[in-house]
Ligand binder design. Structure first.
Ligand code: ADP
Ligand code: MG
Length: 528
C-alpha cells in the first residue's frame, strides 16, 4: 500500500486506529512519520510527538488473560514550559495504545511489536554531520555498567538511581549492571582489570571524581588505546557535576540544577550519541601521569574545592560557601607559568580534521610577554635525558609537546612574567561546576585547554564580581585587568609557595611542578 505523505516532507511510515484501553470506545487515529508520532481523536486537535524526544517503545500483552488485545507504549521527554518561571525543561509523556486487529492475541501482539520496532528505529537519532567531528551511536539494545558513588554529593546517588534513572533505562530498553562503589578507588581498580567486552558503555552516577577514577583506571590497562574509547556516560550525582552540566550545555539546553539536570543527562544517555572527548595528560614532579577531562587548578579554585569538602552535605552550594570563606582570607600564590598558545604550530596528528581555532583577537587576554617565533616541535620521548626512568604504569600517548619537568620549557613557549597569582586554572569543558560557566566557548573535542589566570592585586570585590559573572559565563566581558585568558595546547606551572593544593578534575594531586598537554579526542563521551 502506498502511504500518503504527511504535511511537510516527512514520509508516513505506519497508520493505524487504536483505543487507549479495553474500557474506552474512543478510537485514535495514529500515524508514524519519519520525524513524529501523530495522534488524533475524531473532532479534536492533533497531538504531535517528536521522535527526537523519544527514548524507546515497547510492546506487551494485556494483564487480563481474557483481553485479546495487545499494547504498545512510547516514551517521550519533550521540553515543556516551566510553571511560573522562565525556560523549559524535559517532562515525561507516555502514550499507550491498545491494538486489536484480530481475535487472535498473537496477531495483535505481532502488530504491536511492529509499531514498537518502527517507533524505536525512527527515533534513533540521525548522526549530526559536523566537519571534523566523529560521532557514533550506542548499539541497541545496549549493555551498561552503571557505577554509583554513595559518598558523592549529599550521599543520595543510589536513591537517585532508583527514583530517576532506572525506569528511563528500562524505557530505553537498556540492560544494566549496577555497581555501588564500596570505597575510593574501587572503580579505578575494577576498570583496570575488568573484561570490558561485557558492556557497550560505562555510566557514572556521581560527581567528576568517580569519572576521574574510571578514566585513569582505563588508561592503566595494557589495552588502554581501545579501553579509553569505551563510551562514558555521566549522570550528576555529586556536588561538582561539571561534566554533566557541560554535556547539558553542549546539547543546547539551558542551565539546570539537580533533578532537572539528572533528567536531562539521563535523556541524553538514552539517546546514546557518542562524541570524541579531549583528555589532558598531566604530569607531576615524581613522574606520575594523570589523564584529565576537566581541569587543573591552583590557588583560589583548588583551595575552595578541597576546603569545601567539609560542607559536602549542602551539595552544590558547598562551592559558594567555600568561595565566600576563601574570599575573606584571600591569599597570594607565588610561582611560574608558561604555555604553548593554541596558535602555535599544532602537533602532527592534532592538525587532522581540526576546525579553525578561535582567534586570539576575539578573546580578552593580555599581550603575550616573551613570545618568540615557532620552533620545531619538542619530542619528550626522544629527549628524555634526565636519567629518570618513566615510572611504572605510566603509559598512554607520548607527550610530544612537553619537555621533561627538570628541563626548561621549549623556547617557543610563552613565559608569563607575573609570578604572583590569586589563581591559575586550565579548564577544558564549558563548566567548572554545575553553576560556573568558566569556558563558554569550550567544546568536547576542540583540542584546547582554556587557560585562565588572575594576578595578585585584584580586590576582593573584583574577584567576587568575576565569580558572580562566571555563573552566566560573562566574566571575560568584565574586562578585568587582573584576569588573563588564553587557549593553549600545553602549559607548565611551577609553584614557589612551599605549601598548597593543586587539583586535577577536582581531586588533589601531588603538589609541586606540574605540566599538561592536550590529547585531542582520545576518549569518548555520551552527549546529545
Ligand atoms: P563530589 O562531586 O560530590 O565530590 P565525586 O564523584 O567527586 O563527588 O566523588 C567524591 C570522592 O569520592 C572522589 O574522590 C571519589 O574517588 C570518591 N569515592 C568513590 N567511591 C567512594 C566510596 N564508595 N566511598 C568513599 N569515597 C568514594
Ligand atoms: Mg569531586
Amino acid at each position: 500500500m502506498a502511504l500518503p505523505l504527511s504535511n511537510g516532507t516527512a514520509q508516513v511510515l505506519l497508520c493505524g486506529e487504536f483505543t487507549l484501553s479495553t474500557s474506552t470506545k474512543d478510537r485514535y487515529s495514529v500515524r508514524l512519520t519519519s520525524t513524529e508520532l501523530q495522534v488524533q481523536k475524531t473532532g479534536q486537535t492533533r497531538l504531535l510527538l517528536q521522535l527526537l524526544d523519544c527514548i524507546g517503545c515497547r510492546a506487551f500483552k494485556g494483564e487480563d488473560s481474557s483481553d485479546a488485545g495487545a499494547y504498545f507504549s512510547a516514551y517521550f521527554y519533550p521540553f515543556k514550559k516551566r510553571w511560573m518561571s522562565s525556560g523549559a525543561v524535559r517532562q515525561r509523556v507516555v502514550q499507550t495504545f491498545r491494538v486489536e486487529v484480530s481475535q487472535d492475541p498473537l496477531e495483535n501482539l505481532k502488530e504491536a511489536e511492529k509499531w514498537a520496532q518502527a517507533i524505536r528505529d525512527s527515533s534513533i537519532q540521525q548522526l549530526p554531520k559536523q566537519e571534523g567531528q566523529l560521532y557514533s551511536l550506542l548499539p541497541r539494545p545496549c549493555r551498561l555498567l552503571v557505577l554509583v558513588n554513595p559518598h558523592s554529593g549529599t550521599g543520595h546517588a543510589p536513591q537517585l538511581f532508583h527514583s530517576h534513572v532506572q525506569d528511563m533505562l528500562t524505557e530505553a530498553g537498556a540492560q544494566y549492571t549496577l555497581l555501588v562503589t564500596e570505597r575510593q578507588n574501587h572503580a579505578h581498580e575494577l576498570l583496570r582489570e575488568a573484561d570490558l567486552s561485557q558492556w557497550d558503555a560505562l555510566v557514572i552516577l556521581s560527581g567528576d571524581g568517580l569519572l576521574f577514577e574510571v578514566v585513569n583506571g582505563l588508561m592503566e590497562r595494557a589495552d588502554w588505546e581501545d579501553a579509553v574509547r569505551k563510551p562514558l556516560g555521566i549522570l550528576p550525582g555529586g556536588s561538582g557535576n561539571a561534566v554533566a552540566a557541560s554535556v547539558n550545555h553542549y546539547s543546547g539546553s539551558q542551565a539546570l540544577s539537580s533533578e532537572e539536570l539528572l533528567l536531562s543527562c539521563t535523556f541524553l544517555l538514552c539517546k546514546g550519541l557518542v562524541s570524541p572527548l579531549d583528555l589532558a595528560s598531566v604530569t607531576t614532579a615524581s613522574g606520575q601521569r594523570h589523564f584529565s577531562f576537566l581541569s587543573v587548578a591552583w590557588g583560589f579554585v583548588s583551595d575552595v574545592d578541597i576546603e569545601s569538602e567539609k560542607y559536602r552535605r549542602v551539595g552544590a552550594a558547598r562551592f559558594t560557601v567555600g568561595t565566600l570563606m576563601r574570599l575573606a582570607s584571600l591569599r597570594v600564590y607565588r610561582g611560574r607559568l608558561a604555555y604553548l598558545p593554541a596558535q602555535e604550530l599544532p602537533a602532527p596528528g592534532l592538525a587532522e580534521g581540526c576546525p579553525d581555532l578561535p582567534g586570539r583577537a576575539s578573546l580578552r587576554c593580555l599581550p603575550s610577554e616573551s613570545h618568540s617565533a615557532p620552533h620545531t616541535l619538542y619530542n619528550s620521548s626522544n629527549s628524555n635525558n634526565s636519567g629518570k626512568a618513566p615510572s611504572p604504569g605510566v603509559q598512554g600517548p607520548a607527550d610530544t609537546l612537553l619537555a621533561p619537568l627538570d628541563q626548561p620549557v621549549p623556547a617557543h613557549w610563552t613565559v608569563v612574567k607575573e609570578e604572583r597569582f590569586v589563581l591559575v586554572l586550565a579548564v577544558y569543558q564549558s563548566h567548572l561546576s554545575q553553576d560556573l560557566l568558566a569556558a563558554p566557548k569550550a567544546t568536547l573535542g576542540d583540542g584546547l585547554l582554556h587557560l585562565f589566570y588572575v594576578r595578585a592585586g585584584i580586590s576582593r570585590a573584583a574577584l567576587l564580581r568575576l565569580f558572580l559573572a562566571m555563573e552566566k559565563g560573562t566574566h571575560l566581558e568584565l574586562r578585568c585587568p587582573h584576569l588573563s585568558y588564553m587557549p593553549v595546547r600545553a602549559f607548565r606551572l611551577e609553584p614557589c609557595t612551599p605549601k598548597g593544593v593543586i587539583t586535577v578534575d577536582g581531586e588533589a594531586v601531588e603538589y609541586g611542578p606540574i605540566q599538561a598537554q592536550v590529547h585531542r579526542g582520545l576518549g569518548r563521551l555520551i552527549t546529545g
